[in-house]
Every structure is written in structure tokens, then in C-alpha cells.
Design a protein. Structure first.
Length: 365
């Protein structure tokens, strides 16, 4: 997509040739790159956000169609005028009903008047935008540097002139004690996670599974106690000692493609966090497995895909014991980071990761 910049007004920027604009990027760009956008615009211009607007419009549709996710954002405050908006009931229609995009119609009129009055004084003012995400998919975000709130903060803070970002209770949460701030979990009939409050903004960091391996029977009691520190329910399973493999599946033009199988060799006792994310494992694609095991895996994958009506991109994990593959899990939201297995398998298949993702988006839209 191309959007042409048709209304440039370089005459408005003549003063930039002799003086830096206060609080603009003129001085820092000159210091870092030795250049100035003296005709206006440039990489620091708010016009560069049009690409995010276009991508966001597509992302909104994908989230809505795939998960029923709804994203609504509105102007809550302009200067010292603040609207009272019920975040649980606000609609996009109410937001788009006026030019200032404030769902409080009475306050919106006052905001417009304030902006015009300040503009007539040759000045400007700022504001505050609030956003609510309803029915987001569970499991977004990664540990440490790629937490969901970190990604959201980076995206929002990269917008020109943005100087603050909050999730949930935000900075006001520092005024609460721990027991006041904690979001207690509630029972639900549909299996979705629900909380009595939302001070954490729907995002709770960290990954924990409480898995322990018992090598000798006299270790069992202590390992069960460790597991109960993580949850009030414990699952005990027989350990399968064998060859661990992972296999991805994609759909292209209505055709199911089973990707080359990856063999996972962990340097640790289990394929834990360090093995998965910190490089303490070998991931060999295609893996060194027998033709018999490969054929069975393809057979099982087809059954899994058809029986639970999967679509799009998935990844399934197996342990092969005496040539027989045993299914561990099927992941319907596989990772796509540099450490992830699916991108490796796509490249070995001689396909483009970019094209595969574009195909998935087209199939949804």
C-alpha cells in the first residue's frame, strides 16, 4: 500500500533553517545524523504513523474474526477537561460520533471549544487516550523482554509526542497495598480466566508449570510437595524416555502441508526454560528419525488436525519410544521468534516465512 504525501507545506518550516524548534526532533536529528528535514515531515513527523494505522486496521479485523476480540480506544482528557467514560460499556460508534473521538458527547463539545480557543492563542495542548481490549486471546506475550505489556509500551511510546503509558492501575497502583491491588481469580463456566478486579490490566507476567522429574521412588514425596507450591492440584505422569520431536503444520491455498520434523536434544534433564529460550538445546531439522516413525507422526497429525478441526498454523510435540510416537501436546499459537521451531521448519521446506504468514492473513480475511 502506498499513501502519497500530497499536502506538504515547506513554506511553514523556513525558520527551521536558522533555529531549532523547542521540544521537536530538529536538534537531536542534527546531532545524531547531521541532517534536518527543513521542508517539514521527516522520520520524526506524525505522518509516519499512517503505516501503523493501516496495519492496525487489519490487525483489528484478524483479532475480531479469529478470537472475537474487540479493541476500543477514546480520548479521555484534553488539557484539564476529563470525560467520565464507562470502559465496560463504551462502543466504537460512540467514539466515532465526533471529531475529537470522545464518547462523552457533552464533554466532547467542551474539548473542541478548548482546542480551538488555545489554537487561536497560537498555542497547543495535550491529552490522554484510554483503551480497552475485550476478549483478548490467552497466552500472548513472552517472558523477560517480550512481555505483552512491554511490547504494547514500546509500540505506544514510539508514537511522536507520547510521554506516558500505563497498564491496569498504572501509577495509581502505587497508592494501594498489595492485598488491595491483587486480582483474585473467579470460577467460570466457559473455562476462561476471570478476575474480581483488573488492576493488572489483564496481563500477569511469568511462566510457571511446576514440573519436577522423579528419578527414584524416595524422591516422590518431596517432589509432590514442590509441585503443590505451584498449585492446589498435581498431575503425576509416567516419564517417557525417548526421542523428542516437534512438527509444524501450515495451510496454503486450502492444502495442508506437514513441515519437516525437528528433533530436540536438551542439554538439561528436561526441555525447560533454559533449554527452550537460552540455547541449552539442539534443534535439528530435519531430525534423525526412522521412516516408520515419520509415517506414524504424519498419520497422527492428520487425525489430530481433522478430529478437532484445526486450521492455520499449529505445532505438535511427540516422544518417540521404540519407534512409536506418543503425542504430548498440540500448540495452536506457536511462537515465531528467532528461537522458535516453526520458522526453522518453514525455511527447510524452502518456503518464505513472510509468504506463509501473508497466506494465513488472506485466508482469514
Amino acid at each position: 500500500m502506498m499513501v502519497r504525501n500530497k499536502d506538504q507545506r515547506p513554506q511553514d518550516y523556513k525558520e527551521v533553517e536558522v533555529a531549532f524548534r523547542p521540544s521537536h526532533a530538529d536538534a537531536t536529528y542534527q546531532a545524531k545524523y547531521g541532517i534536518q528535514a527543513r521542508s517539514g515531515g521527516g522520520r520524526a513527523s506524525a505522518r509516519e504513523t499512517i503505516g501503523r494505522v493501516a496495519a492496525g486496521a487489519i490487525a483489528r479485523q484478524i483479532l475480531q474474526r479469529s478470537h472475537g476480540t474487540e479493541v476500543v480506544a477514546w480520548v479521555k482528557r484534553i488539557h484539564d477537561l476529563e470525560a467520565q467514560v464507562d470502559a465496560s460499556a463504551v462502543t466504537r460508534e460512540a467514539v466515532e460520533a465526533n471529531i475529537v473521538r470522545c464518547p462523552d458527547a457533552t464533554m466532547a463539545e467542551r474539548m473542541i471549544e478548548r482546542i480551538e480557543a488555545i489554537g487561536q492563542e497560537g498555542d497547543s495542548c495535550g491529552g490522554l487516550i484510554e483503551c480497552v481490549v475485550r476478549r483478548p486471546p490467552v497466552g500472548l506475550g513472552m517472558p523477560v523482554f517480550d512481555k505483552l505489556e512491554a511490547d504494547l509500551a514500546k509500540a505506544v511510546m514510539s508514537l511522536p509526542a507520547t510521554k506516558g503509558f500505563e497498564i491496569g492501575s498504572g501509577f495509581a497502583g502505587t497508592l494501594l497495598k498489595g492485598r488491595q491491588h491483587t486480582d483474585a481469580f473467579l470460577p467460570s463456566d466457559d473455562g476462561r480466566l476471570r478476575t474480581a478486579s483488573n488492576n493488572s490490566g489483564g496481563i500477569q507476567g511469568g511462566i510457571s508449570n511446576g514440573v519436577s522429574k522423579v528419578n527414584y521412588i524416595d524422591e516422590l514425596e518431596n517432589k509432590i510437595k514442590i509441585a503443590f507450591n505451584e498449585d492446589n492440584q498435581v498431575l503425576i505422569e509416567t516419564f517417557l524416555e525417548g526421542q523428542e520431536v516437534s512438527v509444524g503444520v501450515i495451510n496454503r491455498n486450502g492444502k495442508r502441508i506437514i513441515l519437516p520434523i525437528t528433533e530436540i536434544i536438551s542439554e538439561n534433564e528436561l526441555f525447560d526454560y533454559n533449554a527452550k529460550y537460552l540455547g541449552e538445546s539442539q534443534e535439528i531439522t530435519p531430525g534423525n528419525i526412522s521412516k516408520e516413525s515419520e509415517a506414524l507422526i504424519h498419520k497422527y497429525i492428520a487425525k489430530i488436525y481433522d478430529n478437532i478441526e484445526l486450521n492455520g498454523i499449529t505445532r505438535s510435540e511427540f516422544i518417540i519410544v521404540n519407534q512409536i510416537p506418543h503425542i504430548l501436546e498440540t500448540n495452536t499459537i506457536p511462537g515465531f521468534t528467532k528461537q522458535s521451531i516453526i520458522p526453522q521448519q518453514i525455511e527447510v521446506q524452502k518456503l518464505s516465512v513472510k509468504q506463509v504468514l501473508c497466506d494465513q492473513i488472506k485466508s482469514i480475511l
